[in-house]
Design a protein around this ligand. Structure first.
Ligand code: ZN
Length: 76
C-alpha cells in the first residue's frame, strides 16, 4: 500500500485513485491478506494493496474462472 497524505494510489498502475473524497472510495479494490503459517515464505506477514477499477478489470480478464457476481439488493 502506498499512501501519502491519505491519498490512495493503485499498486498496479501507480495512478492516484483518490484523496479525502469518501464517495470515490467505493470504486476501487482493497486487498488485505494476513498470510498464515502454511503459506510459502510469507508466514506472519500482512500484505495490503489497492487496485483501481481499470486495473481490476484487466486483472479479472486474465482469470480463467471469472469472479462470482451477485446483485446488491440492499445498500447499507
Ligand atoms: Zn491501476
Amino acid at each position: 500500500m502506498s499512501r501519502k497524505d491519505n491519498a490512495v494510489y493503485c499498486n498496479c498502475c501507480g495512478r492516484r485513485i483518490c484523496g479525502e473524497e469518501q464517495e470515490i472510495r467505493a470504486s476501487f479494490l482493497t486487498i488485505r491478506k494476513e498470510w498464515g503459517y502454511f503459506s510459502d515464505r510469507k508466514d506472519g506477514q500482512i500484505h495490503s494493496m489497492d487496485i483501481c477499477e481499470a486495473c481490476y478489470d484487466m486483472l479479472v480478464e486474465s482469470f480463467t474462472i471469472p469472479p462470482e457476481k451477485e446483485e446488491i439488493t440492499e445498500y447499507l
